[in-house]
Design a protein around this ligand. Sequence first.
Ligand SMILES: [Zn+2]
Ligand SMILES: [Zn+2]
Length: 144
Amino acid sequence: MEKYKQILVANGIKPTYHRIKILEYLAQNRTHPTADMIYLELFKTVPTLSKTTVYNTMDVLQKHHLVKTLSITETELRYEFQGHPHQHLLCRVCGEIFDVFWDCQRSQLTGIEGHLIESRSCYLKGICRNCLARMKQNDLAKKE
Ligand SMILES: [Zn+2]
Ligand SMILES: [Zn+2]
């Protein structure tokens, strides 16, 4: 916990027990959880935690750029601890979000002369390798 306490202090954030626990959870679980998911998981070991504390802490961490938000699922905000720059793949079958390495902001764009680009989405969507493997197994099972 000391490591995460120091990160908070270094960023000028008061290192309360709950904030340390939340930051530690995010750093150790690279699953891109929502605030609700963080609350449900942490509540198991930190029963004094409230949903409001999680929401407020996420605001504070975000303001200090310690967490990044993703809107890849379009219906909810997902969080992750700042780490190496990477992009995301959302699996439409299981809903899991995977880290992928792709220099999207700098990759070549052609055929856009004359257009004014105002936003660029670096999200990838598809079916993850775990789901593909499961689907393939189901297919094999059906054939037998
Ligand atoms: Zn999947
Ligand atoms: Zn990520």
